[in-house]
Design a protein around this ligand. Structure first.
Ligand SMILES: Cc1ncc(COP(=O)(O)O)c(C=O)c1O
Length: 361
């Protein structure tokens, strides 16, 4: 048991009680409606966190990178979705090997991307990736049937269902009503695509939506069978702004100290973008600055950072002096996780355990 004040800064902290409350709340909200939960692993990249999600009813995980898939497969976790296109020789070879190990589906949006994998002579269970508004990967709903037919005709390919990532909900900002309406629409759109595939004679048991802002709307559209939120396990300042959670549910913080106060109105902390990730720089906040107990300092802004230095500004910086300990709720939990090799589990103001973070780039 180490008091926070004795930890070397910066340090990545996860509040155990909040994380476990987030895990159980999402499991019960979706489970109560009969919707399967396949959390995205990119948020924690931590097997100890994943185990707790499985203990509370997660059916498996969504992964974005081969390293995430491999980490979970090595841990014996099955029912994985690799929600990325297996393009390029190295990824095709990885996909073939990971598929041979079993318990893996791949998200696909074109026969062009899938064809090299068809030559590997392996069974390829897949979800058709559908664009419901984000404009990233995903086939246009109007071309879903023809794309699914082409994919399903490749040797070894087995259609298991459809998926979408309703990441466009972030554009609704503080308009939670608009966000939830758009989430419900994304879920309904995907369910409609599933119905059209079935009408064309294809099997489509899985209808999978996935995001944290959409987790209160998209999964509850008629016909959706599973949800893949990731960020919910920690939440973050970005999700607080979108109304997905309140600040007191945010489990991940970066512990930092004031290291310099040479100019009035600005203090410098030892958490820069290599501690926070730069997700948030463009929006003007790398995170919400709090005191060591987690109480937000409303009049302090974390607006800029260099690699290992953070710039805090605002009237509240007049109260801060060199050596002061602070905790920052990152703007984006997943980006922050990717900057760290390990986290401290915090209970009652003490670091009680250290868990590794793996599968980083
Ligand atoms: C394919 C996919 N599914 C699920 C998620 C989880 O969304 P969130 O980060 O909002 O929890 C993401 C996030 O990027 C994603 O890309």
């Amino acid at each position: 048991m180490t008091p926070l004040a004795d930890l070397a800064t910066p340090a990545l902290l996860v509040d155990r009680e909040r994380m476990e409350a987030n895990i159980t709340a999402m499991a019960s909200s979706l489970g109560g409606a009969g919707i399967a939960l396949r959390p995205h692993f990119k948020t924690s990249k931590c097997v100890e966190v994943a185990r707790r999600q499985l203990d509370h009813g997660a059916i498996g995980f969504t992964c974005s990178t081969p390293a995430e898939v491999t980490l979970l497969q090595d841990e014996g976790v099955g029912d994985l979705l690799w929600a990325h296109q297996p393009v390029g020789p190295a990824k095709v070879a990885f996909a073939a090997e990971a598929l041979r190990r079993g318990g893996l589906m791949i998200g696909l949006d074109s026969a062009e991307a899938a064809r090299p994998l068809a030559e590997a002579g392996v069974a390829v269970p897949f979800l058709l990736d559908v664009d419901t508004g984000l404009g990233r990967t995903g086939v246009d709903p109007a071309r879903a049937v023809e794309t699914a037919v082409r994919l399903a005709s490749l040797p070894g390919f087995e259609l298991r269902g459809v998926m979408t990532h309703e990441g466009h909900l972030g554009k609704y900002g503080t308009d939670r009503t608009g966000l939830e309406a758009a989430g419900a629409q994304a879920g309904a759109c995907l369910a409609e695509v599933a119905a059209s595939l079935r009408a064309a004679g294809l099997d489509c048991p899985i209808v999978s939506v996935g995001s944290t802002p959409g987790a209160t709307s998209a999964p509850f559209a008629e016909g959706v069978t599973e949800a893949r939120p990731g960020t919910y396990v920690y939440y973050d300042s970005g999700q607080v702004r979108l109304g997905s959670a309140t600040l007191d549910r945010c489990a991940q913080t970066v512990l930092t100290r004031v290291v310099s106060a040479q100019r009035p109105g600005t203090v410098i902390v030892d958490a820069g973008v290599k501690a926070m990730s730069s997700d948030g720089l463009a929006g003007g906040s790398l995170g919400t600055v709090c005191d060591p107990s987690g109480r937000p300092l409303e009049d302090v802004v974390f607006g800029n950072g260099n690699e290992e230095h953070g710039y805090l500004t605002g009237p509240g910086t007049a109260r801060l002096t060199v050596g002061d300990l602070l905790r920052v709720v990152p703007n984006h939990a997943c980006g922050t996780t990717n900057m760290w090799s390990g986290l401290h589990v915090v209970e009652g103001g003490h670091a009680v355990e250290r868990w590794p973070i793996a599968a980083r780039h």
